[in-house]
Design a protein around this ligand. Structure first.
Ligand SMILES: Nc1ncnc2c1ncn2[C@@H]1O[C@H](COP(=O)(O)OP(=O)(O)OP(=O)(O)O)[C@@H](O)[C@H]1O
Length: 219
């Protein structure tokens, strides 16, 4: 579904911060992406979500070579990839409901056509009672679940989550992990970037280990 072969990435004229990456994200897979701080996890997530393009190597997304993608094809490709950012990126002036519905509004969908979908997703992440609340009054775990719901509202094929448990306590981390596993069981590929060894130890899933821009090993 997503495949990288000998991919390298540099910012501007700087040094290569990702080197010779070869791996794939198969359909319905679940894997962790880990490694020390600064190893390049966030940059790799940005590559996978098409915010950045490889400086070299080959990357294919849903069967298309990304170097040949027409600019007009990118929004449709991006809709197939849900991203949960480390800092949530919720809009403070929109309610939880409106934050989650935003990707559909941007697509120009009629609000009446997606009301039930947004309500059901909010229920699934355990936020039905917070749908009218605004992000500044949400707890860290609630913000994280709102960000997850927003990433999922377009029913992406792949979910990329960058440190999704970085701002929550262990019981909430466990709850979020259960959501990701359930999502994966329903057919979505999931990649979780994390430093949290305790989190990874709870699931028997492959680990992509980034070390200084290289993929060191997978277990
Ligand atoms: N926009 C940018 N321009 C130039 N260099 C950058 C940029 N973003 C990241 N880098 C550099 O790329 C390297 C990898 O950073 P990245 O944020 O991808 O690592 P990370 O593994 O996600 O780190 P952390 O776990 O601390 O979030 C670092 O050396 C960083 O300074």
């Amino acid at each position: 579904m997503i495949a990288l072969e000998n991919v390298g990435l540099r910012y501007g004229n700087g040094p290569e911060i990702l080197r010779d990456l070869s791996f794939s994200i198969p359909p319905r897979s679940f894997q962790f992406l880990t490694g020390p701080s600064g190893a390049g996890k966030t940059s790799l997530m940005r590559l996978l979500s098409l915010s950045l393009r490889p400086s070299r190597g080959f990357m294919s997304l849903f069967g298309s070579d990304v170097s040949l993608l027409d600019r007009r094809d990118i929004p449709a490709m991006r809709r197939r990839i849900g991203v949960v950012f480390q800092d949530f990126r919720l809009l403070d002036h929109l309610s939880t409901y409106d934050n989650v519905a935003l990707p559909l509004r941007i697509q120009g969908r009629d609000p009446a056509s997606f009301r039930t979908d947004v309500d059901e997703l909010l229920k699934w992440v355990g936020l039905a009672h917070r749908k009218h609340a605004f992000p500044p009054v949400l707890s860290g775990g609630e913000k994280q679940r709102a960000a997850i719901a927003r990433a999922l509202i377009t029913q992406p094929d792949v979910l990329l989550a960058d440190e999704p448990t970085g701002n929550v306590d262990p019981p909430m981390a466990k709850r979020l992990l259960r959501l990701f596993l359930e999502l994966n069981r329903l057919g979505t590929s999931v990649v979780i970037a994390t430093h949290d060894i305790g989190l990874m130890d709870q699931v028997d899933a492959p680990r992509l280990i980034l070390f200084d821009g290289h993929l060191e090993a997978s277990a």
